[in-house]
Design a protein around this ligand. Structure first.
Ligand SMILES: *Cc1c(COP(=O)(O)O)cnc(C)c1O
Ligand SMILES: [Zn+2]
Length: 464
């Protein structure tokens, strides 16, 4: 292997390596997942994390402006001239005392990482800029993904903003929020709405990509995870390079937790950090594969692999029983997480727990996040809802320093938000009630007032 970056099978027993120019993202020998791997001895990683701040002084250069690529010495797979960036990753780590108090943490101990501030409104842009860069390196002219919405919005944006590729997005019927569908359509992507759910769309897009030679940007694409590592770099940077006690993240396809685990494993191996945080991955109760296989089946990353047979038989049972993912947190409505093996590995690197939050808990947490400033979409609030439960169970202590990742923007799914806060009971029932949400204790109800000056003044001053 002469290149300093290459792909390597994540399974130790296999360890097959593949040239970085491939567009097949499965191991040719064992069909497992691939990592982007680096020959660090022949590269120049930063000597200390503080060195990374130097990029800030060169912000007029787009690759130093990017919150992903200013960390490029830690994801060095692309020549600088081929990097495709839209200024992603200008996100915020915000101390959130009101939300801390809701979750049961001491003041000053909870920080929210607002990835909804990315150009397409979700963390997916961190990964998309990296996958898109790789697609650009290999000369692809079409790119596709299956999506619960945000990946397609992100892909569509990179395609239209750069003009480098034609975007094709696969979505399940009726399972996508309007905010996200609007983005894919508005950005001009070819939008294939198949008669099935996300898991169906996912398996189809893999077939199609192989058949038609279309570049695949789903999170099975290991380059996406390289970009998503930078979410952790920014969290550390915003914390003065101090490692928090916990990272709490919603779990869907498990790309984020996988990327975060890789980030910390590499930082540790490079001697750039001395300790790692623990992870809390929160599934929606209605899409809880990771929770079940981690906590009930007790699947673990062990000796560089996991029990593929046990997992396969779990999936077969799930299919036989006709269990389909069902949650209003549509971005994590996934029952076959593509990155499960990498997520198990991430848990072995950092330790931690996997939990669930139901749609009631998610919507309540979302309302508290919104009231605390900036806001997020339902899937993102699973992190705060999960944190609250883990606090109650005593898994997380009230003095622990916790970072919750808010994966998507408040305006991605306004229907759920308006149904929660509004006073239209039919809307509440059709959007929330059928998902098991029975109450809206944190609703901020709109106040109906007749068009009369005194009545409006009474409504504002609170006089009956
Ligand atoms: C994609 C997505 C997730 C799920 O992330 P994974 O990395 O697939 O686990 C969670 N929240 C939002 C808003 C998303 O768009
Ligand atoms: Zn392999």
């Amino acid at each position: 292997m002469t290149e300093t970056a290459f792909l390597r099978c994540i399974a130790d027993f296999c360890g097959a390596t593949v040239d970085v120019s491939t567009t097949e993202f499965r191991c040719p020998r064992c069909n497992g997942l691939l990592d982007v791997a680096y020959d660090w001895d022949r590269l120049t990683p930063p000597k200390s994390l503080k060195d990374l701040e130097a990029g800030w002084t060169r912000r007029m250069d787009p690759i130093d402006f990017s919150g992903v690529w200013r960390f490029r010495s830690l994801l060095p797979f692309a020549p600088s001239g081929q990097i495709v960036t839209l200024g992603e990753g200008q996100t915020l780590l915000q101390r959130a005392d009101a939300v801390a108090s809701f979750a049961g943490l001491d003041s000053g101990r909870l920080f929210l990482q607002y990835e909804g501030m990315n150009p397409s409104g979700s963390f997916k842009d961190n990964g998309m800029t990296a996958a898109f860069t790789h697609a650009n390196m290999v000369g692809a002219n079409r790119a596709a993904c299956a999506s619960t919405g945000n990946t397609s919005a992100s892909l569509a944006m990179y395609c239209s903003a750069t003009g480098l590729m034609k975007g094709i997005v696969f979505i399940g019927s009726g399972k996508i929020s309007y905010g996200k569908l609007a983005q894919a359509l508005d950005f001009g992507a070819l939008t294939i709405q198949i008669d099935g759910d996300f898991d169906d769309a996912m398996s189809r897009v893999q077939q199609i990509a192989g058949r038609l030679g279309i570049y695949l940007v789903n999170s099975v694409n290991p380059f996406r995870l390289e970009g998503q590592k930078t979410i952790m770099f920014r969290v550390l940077e915003s914390s003065g390079w101090e490692v928090p006690d916990w990272i709490v993240v919603p779990g869907g396809n498990l790309g984020n937790v996988s990327a975060f685990g890789k980030a910390f494993a590499e930082l540790k191996a490079l001697g750039l950090i001395s300790r790692v945080p623990q992870f809390a991955v929160i599934n929606a109760a209605g899409a809880d594969t990771f929770d079940r296989v981690f906590n009930k089946l007790r699947l673990r990353w062990k000796d560089g692999d996991f029990d593929r047979v046990a997992y396969q038989s779990y999936i077969e049972t799930m299919d036989r029983e006709g269990r389909r993912a069902d949650t209003l947190a549509s971005a994590i409505e996934i029952n076959r997480p593509v990155n499960l093996p990498k997520a198990l590995r991430a848990m072995s690197v950092c330790g931690g727990v996997v939990g669930t939050a139901n749609d009631q808990e998610i919507m309540d947490a979302k309302a508290r996040v919104g009231a605390g400033g900036f806001g997020c979409e339902p899937a993102s609030a699973a992190s705060v809802a999960g944190l609250k439960k883990l606090r109650k169970e005593g898994v997380i202590a009230r003095g622990d320093r916790v970072v919750c990742i808010l994966t998507g923007h408040q305006l991605k799914d306004p229907a759920a938000t308006v149904a929660y806060h509004g006073s239209d009971n039919r809307q509440f029932q059709s959007i929330l009630g059928q998902r098991g949400v029975t109450a809206a204790p944190f609703a901020n109800r709109p106040v109906p007032v007749v068009n009369d000056l005194d009545a409006i003044i009474r409504a504002i001053e609170g006089v009956p």
